[in-house]
Design a protein around this ligand. Structure first.
Ligand code: FE2
Length: 445
């Protein structure tokens, strides 16, 4: 059986009960009975000869509601490693982004070209742009990936958490906390500092990554919506503890303040036998998003589609939001139903996981799965002419929008493109023409 077949068989054997459910829960899991200490975190001798280690995702003293940390019980402590040395950053770039002048133009890209044979997920990462400053833990980066080989090395990102949005090809994340499959239509999050390896469940894999340098993503407050709705906490799944006991050389790559560093360990660092805590990786199926919208008139602001939000120090202002445009009914009366024309103080990077988006024509040279568009702060955008004409005259019967799954990384600061994104062959020329031909209809007497 090939590696892919073996992994598929393994993943097919997992059910929802194989995972730990609930966003932000104090989970606990042991892959060997008795590995998890009870009643204390750091006994004089941890069970089964394991080492106890805390992984802090927030400052020790952050308020309880925001505090993220986990305790790991492992074969060797993380401290047991040789010195890291610099290695090539490949096509990864990190904030502050200074390679190009911030661009007020609307930009759109086709999918990443095919990678060279043997490109693993880490080598397949390609940074489009971002904002903030990684050393100040502010801002975010937009990456895309296209890979055709499973990682053999292990990676961790000290710079931020990684929100992975598969678009084509399934992934198996082998993490310190256990196994986490993520297929197109699902999202996976790897917290800051957590070590993991990405193995492929198909011949190749393509998708998007939001690297969030700021505060960890959390569920948005629901306010008057009430106690339920949007992304429900119980649908977020963390892995059950699983470890690998590998002696021998393992390459471990660490992203730190924008650069990649590498070290060869004499063992696998994915050797956590038991753990408990709330700084954990998780997956979420976007098809479970409970879409809330207008049942009278007008198109609500797209913030109603927020899955996860990374708050800033200003209440209500996100460092970055992850927003999904999931299948839903449109029933608004006397309403222009697609997303309206607008200019936004926030900056919007949009991607498409499957199908088409209801404000843009699909097809070659348009907004296609694996591609993406960038509408920076105050740049004017909205439906194209074809969509405007149709939506302005269509009979307003209830309509199911279920032909696509689009998402947005919406961020408080402009996304500054990297040099490779600004010069890419797959950057579309003439995106502005989408809004050409919008006729004048105003004819005062
Ligand atoms: Fe927008």
């Amino acid at each position: 059986m090939s590696g892919i077949d073996q992994r598929r068989k393994l993943v097919d054997g997992l059910t929802e009960e194989s995972f730990l459910s609930g966003f932000g829960n104090e989970h606990s899991s042991e892959s060997v009975a008795g590995a998890l200490p009870h009643g204390r975190n750091s006994p004089q001798r941890a069970p089964l000869g394991l080492y106890a280690e805390q992984l802090s995702g927030t400052a020790f003293t952050e308020p309880r509601a925001h505090n993220r940390r986990s305790w790991l019980y492992r074969i060797r402590p993380s401290a047991a490693h040789p010195a890291y040395v610099r290695t090539d950053n490949g096509r990864l770039r990190t904030a502050p982004f200074t390679e190009t002048a911030p661009d007020p133009n609307r930009l759109r890209w086709n999918p990443l070209p095919d990678p060279a044979p043997g490109t693993d997920w880490l080598a397949g990462l390609w940074t489009l742009g971002g904002n903030g400053d990684v050393t100040q833990r502010t801002g975010m980066a937009v990456h895309l990936y296209h890979a055709n080989a499973s990682m053999e090395r292990v990676f961790s990102d000290a710079d931020g958490e990684l929100l992975i949005v598969p678009e084509r090809g399934g992934l198996l994340l082998v993490t310190e906390f256990g196994l986490l499959p993520a297929r197109p239509g699902e999202i996976a999050l790897v917290p800051r500092g957590v070590r993991f390896r990405v193995e492929l469940l198909d011949e190749s894999a393509r998708g998007y990554v939001c690297e969030n340098y700021g505060q960890p993503f959390q569920l948005p407050d629901l306010g008057l919506i009430g106690a339920n709705g949007l992304a429900n906490a119980r649908d977020f799944l963390a892995p059950a503890a699983a470890y690998e006991d590998v002696e021998g050389p393992v390459e471990v790559v660490n992203k730190f303040c924008g650069n990649l560093w590498t070290a060869t360990y004499d063992h696998s660092p994915l050797d956590v036998v038991a753990w408990h805590g709330n700084h954990v990786p998780y997956v979420y199926d976007l098809h479970r998003f409970n879409v809330i919208g207008s049942i009278s008139y007008d198109h609500p602001d797209p913030s109603i589609f927020t899955v996860l939000t990374s708050p800033s120090d200003t209440p209500g202002l996100a460092g970055v939001d992850f927003v999904v445009f999931a299948p839903r009914w449109l029933v608004g009366e006397d309403t222009f139903r697609p997303p309206y024309f607008h200019r936004n103080v926030m900056s919007e990077y949009m991607g498409l996981i499957e199908g088409a988006y209801d404000a843009k024509a699909a097809g070659e040279g348009g907004f296609v799965p694996g591609g993406g568009s960038l509408h920076n702060m105050m740049s004017a955008h909205g439906p194209d002419r074809e969509t405007f004409d149709r939506a302005s005259s269509v009979e307003l019967t209830p309509q199911k929008v279920d032909n696509g799954l689009a998402f947005m990384f919406e961020t408080r600061w402009p996304v500054i493109a990297t040099g490779q994104a600004a010069k890419a062959d797959h950057l579309q020329k003439g995106y502005d023409s989408v809004w050409q031909g919008l006729e004048r209809h105003f004819r005062p007497q």
